[in-house]
Design a protein around this ligand. Sequence first.
Ligand SMILES: *Cc1c(COP(=O)(O)O)cnc(C)c1O
Length: 446
Amino acid sequence: MPDPVGSPLAARDRGLVWHPYAPLDGPQPYAVEGASGVHLTVTAPDGSQHEAVDAMASWWCAVHGYRNPVLDAAAHDQLDRFSHVMFGGLTHEPAVSLAERLTAIAPGPMSHVFFADSGSVSVEVALKLSLQYQAARGRPRRQRFLTVRGGYHGDTFAAMSVCDPVDGMHSAFPGALARQVFAPRPPGARLRMTVHGEHRWETDELALEAWADEVRTLAGAHTDELAAVVVEPVLQGAGGMHVYHPACLRVLREVADDHGLLLVVDEIATGFGRTGRLFASEWADVAPDVMCVGKALTGGYLSLAAVLMTRQVGEAITRSQFRALLHGPTFMANPLACAVANASVELVESSWKEDVPRVGRVLAEQLAPAAGLSCVADVRTLGAVGVVQLTSAVDVGRVTAAALRRGVWVRPFRDLVYTMPPYVCGDDDVRVIGEGIVGAVAEVHG
Ligand SMILES: *Cc1c(COP(=O)(O)O)cnc(C)c1O
């Protein structure tokens, strides 16, 4: 079939520019003409124009929407001062303010911040610092990581090594990835609201106990090789939008303590309110040793991530042979990104407590009918996350197009059609998302 002629930009893009996990001769992308509030204006490959609610918040980042006046002002203001300076030997207000802000809101006492330029790089730094920490404590042979199956931590090599070994990209790089220790995926759980408006987590208690036993055994068998536990707290994102019981995170905290490991939580997807807590670790009342944040950190404006760590970790590394954390990206603590992040985190702090449960409530109502479709295996929500899991792989092209005709931008993967809407979605926008997803799934797979 010849390509449709509708979108000249998409035609120029094709075969020239790589897209995430896509072949050069894959389907033509949709062209974004504009973005404002929670809406994207896109031109489809057939030339048709669509105004769509962005149900993905640009891969979970754009929590305050596009062209947000507060974030725009913060960016313009910093642009008028300076947009970048090196961070070696220099510092600046946006970085220091952001470090103060992040340590103040972190789950548990965090004393130090390392700024990285993307989520994957922050995971690299967290893994690297775990080895430095163990070496500093006289245990240089501890160089492996304990994690759970079904995780996603980024696309760089060390980050890839702790991604799910089957669904991650391990098979594409045989021999090139460090071999980590994988516990089973924690059993699935659901968060229910009681009639009194209280939260109650439900899971298969026996499965949870069996899982905990396995994790303890595994850690015991590998104590002398392990540097840290690395995990996404409560919600595994790109590894399958899997929700698990906070008790599992407490088990991992115990295991880390019992075996002298650091607990590294990857809050890159879950941080800043998304799961219904400011950080998902709070569902478990767990204080991590190291925490990575990214994605929504700048409200989706610029690429920035951060690694937070406790005083104990900072002190150990400072007393070590090298004294420094051995990393230093060119764009470390980019002032423009830090300035926008300060504004974004401040907005999150003032709004997430109302917005996230509100968006979540409407989502849960709207997605519930999907459970009645025979092609649907499960419908789940947590915070401002809504997931419709099919019984087989999603026809991504057709579901995307069908949702777009209903005014919604989604990017399904595997057997999942899901949404992580911007927090600033009005109830009507969330209804459009819910109806768009259910309608598209019913039309294509029903
Ligand atoms: C997206 C993501 C990453 C990687 O972040 P990038 O900015 O894409 O490098 C790491 N961990 C989790 C949990 C993520 O969702």
